[in-house]
Write a protein that binds this ligand. Structure first.
Ligand code: CAA
Length: 391
């Protein structure tokens, strides 16, 4: 169904962690050829959370500038997408709601389907705005990606939060219909409730992702979507940035285009700049790709951007957005660069210590070490409750 009124992303802001580990440090520790990291998987560094950071502190840090710029009037819904949930019942979004001082007349809910969750949130938000164009929805994607030490996945860890304000007449990107969707029941990556680190079958996960690219594109075209040549760029979920290249080659082949590497590079190069220094931020990653594209492209006004969101397990969605006239006046390029540049590099021993840090689960009173210099921190655990504070 065609709609007259544009709905989409009105503002976008991201945050990442206090610390960063360079892949050169990891390579030196485990004897890996650095070219495998820099070129084989396309990663240069990974964001590492401090002991007093988590998805809530990153999410609040990402969303605070949005609330500061637009106020909270009109925000009646907060959708928090994550697969690194901090509670089995309560939405992480409620903590963010408090930290940002949002109105009590708000619905808040958490969504999960691996790295796809934020795209579900975005689409649900669009539906809510279509029902009442006066409303705005705060969509937050926040994740900490954690694999076992010394496992193949270790080099693809990372952490970040992206906050997006979704509304009518958006200032950045209009989201179009239709969407192409795809679900297949695969065990490529999962995290049972009793584990902190994910379990993954790396090669199977790459295959499952590529199948999902084909499946969601097929549905997208059957639903009457745009032709491949319409798109100026493609934002893929980037568990590691080379995955976007694998996926795009798969799409070009599937569409019978053959693989022209200049074209692949033109379609993707600007989308990897944040993910290759942040690492996998799971459900935030595809929207970090969008941030990198918008922040760096000369001018995408009225150009179509393709989005491929993939969440292991698996669900995928292909959809299109269009950069709206004047979008460059609303970008947060400087703040985004600062979020990356402000991180403090850690050595390997410190990184391992942070990786292995976990809170006692005894319900006692445990203060967290004060490590982060960000605006929000996880100050303590008390009576099984997380206690956050604002600086
Ligand atoms: N110089 C240059 N390139 C090198 C190299 C060197 N010295 N050594 C190896 N490489 C290349 C390899 O050829 C390979 O490239 P291709 O895939 O293009 O052939 C690449 O570096 C990686 O090498 P390996 O496959 O040998 O690496 P690995 O066995 O250590 O595992 C991985 C790689 C499977 C991605 C692993 O990091 C992993 O399990 N990651 C977590 C799972 C994941 O990210 N899956 C992605 C799809 S699932 C998803 O998207 C959801 C999600 O967020 C998890």
């Amino acid at each position: 169904m065609a709609h007259d009124r544009a709905v989409g992303i009105h503002d976008l802001s991201f945050a990442t962690t206090e610390f960063v580990l360079a892949h050169t440090v990891l390579a030196e520790h485990n004897g890996t050829d650095i070219d495998k990291y820099h070129h084989g998987i396309g990663q240069r560094s990974m964001s590492v959370p401090a002991a007093d950071e988590d998805i809530v502190t990153m999410a609040a840090t990402a969303a605070a500038p949005i609330v500061e710029r637009h106020g909270s009037d009109g925000i009646r819904t907060v959708l928090f997408a994550t697969e690194s949930s901090i509670d089995q019942a309560k939405s992480a979004g409620i903590y963010v709601h408090t930290l940002l001082g949002l109105h009590s007349a708000t619905r808040v809910v958490e969504l999960k389907q691996a790295c796809y969750g934020a795209t579900a949130a975005l689409q649900f938000a669009i539906g809510l705005v279509r029902r009442d164009p006066a409303q705005r929805v705060l969509v937050i994607a926040a994740d900490v990606s954690k694999y076992e030490l010394d496992s193949p996945g270790e080099a693809t860890q990372g952490a970040a939060a992206v906050a997006m304000l979704v509304g009518a007449d958006p200032a950045l990107v209009r989201i179009e219909e239709p969407s192409g969707v795809f679900t297949a029941d695969v065990m490529d990556f999962w995290r049972p409730n009793y584990r902190e680190a994910a379990l993954v079958d790396g090669q199977e996960s790459i295959g499952a992702y590529l199948l999902a690219v084909q499946g969601s594109w097929k549905d997208y075209t059957e639903q009457g979507g745009r032709a491949l040549d319409d798109f100026a760029a493609f934002c893929y979920h980037q568990p590691f940035t080379k995955m976007a290249y694998k996926a795009h080659r798969q799409l070009l082949n599937h569409c019978g285009h053959g693989v022209d590497e200049d074209r692949v590079s033109r379609d993707l190069a600007l989308t990897t700049a944040y993910n290759n220094v942040i690492g996998n931020s799971y459900t935030a990653s595809v929207y970090l790709a969008l941030a990198a594209l918008l922040d760096q492209a000369d001018d995408l006004t009225d150009r179509a951007i393709g989005f491929l969101s993939y969440g292991s397990g698996s669900v995928a969605e292909f959809f299109a957005g269009t950069a709206v006239p004047g979008y460059r006046d609303h970008l947060r390029t400087k703040a985004h660069r600062e979020a990356i540049d402000r991180r403090t590099p850690v050595d390997h021993a410190r990184y391992r210590g942070l990786h292995e840090f976990s809170f006692p689960a005894d319900g006692g009173d445990h203060r967290t070490p004060a490590e982060t210099t960000g605006p929000f921190r996880l100050a303590a655990l008390r009576d099984h409750k997380r206690v956050y504070e604002t600086r």
